[in-house]
Design a protein around this ligand. Structure first.
Ligand code: HEM
Length: 148
């Protein structure tokens, strides 16, 4: 299988329940980098604990937004270039809310963790490598938002 096929097939297997896998992703992210919780502020509600954040409806919407971006990237594997401008803008918005570029490495680890949790043995080393490359290319575009 090519890398694109590995990504499409594995995404299809988890995308029935995107919210669940997104919860696994962000639960892991907040374990690895608890201070990221502080960046999610809705209607001047400040979360201090991961659990509060993870149970808010606005945050649930953010999970849906993240999963939609990933879904779009998977649907656009043959034309990722077409997403560059959107992703640069998205990076700029994340810089504006106080995200540090380095935190996107932890997000990447957490994404791989969530995929591995969801896919089990089907998450082979080749599949991991394919996802790792896709995620890098998404972050490469988003990172432009920090520099221009
Ligand atoms: C918006 C934080 C990672 C996609 C936001 C907002 C915050 C935020 C505070 C604004 C409030 C909201 O819309 O809920 C973070 C933090 C992250 C992170 C702390 C991890 C370090 C990501 C990732 C993606 C993403 C990995 C997708 C690849 C989005 C989208 C929006 C958004 C699509 C809406 C942007 C808009 O309104 O146009 N994020 N985010 N976020 N985030 Fe994230």
């Amino acid at each position: 299988e090519t890398q694109k096929e590995l990504i499409r097939d594995s995404w299809q297997a988890v995308s029935q329940d995107q919210l669940h896998h997104g919860m696994v992703l962000f639960t892991r992210l907040f374990e690895l980098e608890p201070d990221l919780v502080l960046l999610f502020q809705y209607n001047s509600t400040h979360f201090t604990e991961a659990q509060e954040c993870l149970s808010s409806t606005e945050f649930m919407e953010h999970i849906r937004k993240v999963m939609t971006v990933i879904d779009t990237a998977v649907s656009s594997l043959d034309s990722l270039q077409s997403l560059t401008e959107y992703l640069t803008n998205l990076g700029r918005k994340h810089r504006a809310v106080g995200v540090k570029l380095e935190s996107f490495s932890t997000v990447g680890e957490s994404l791989l963790f969530a995929l591995e949790t969801g896919l089990g043995d089907a998450f082979t080393p080749d599949t991991r490598e394919a996802w790792s490359q896709l995620y890098s290319s998404v972050v490469r575009s988003m990172s432009r938002g920090w520099f221009k």
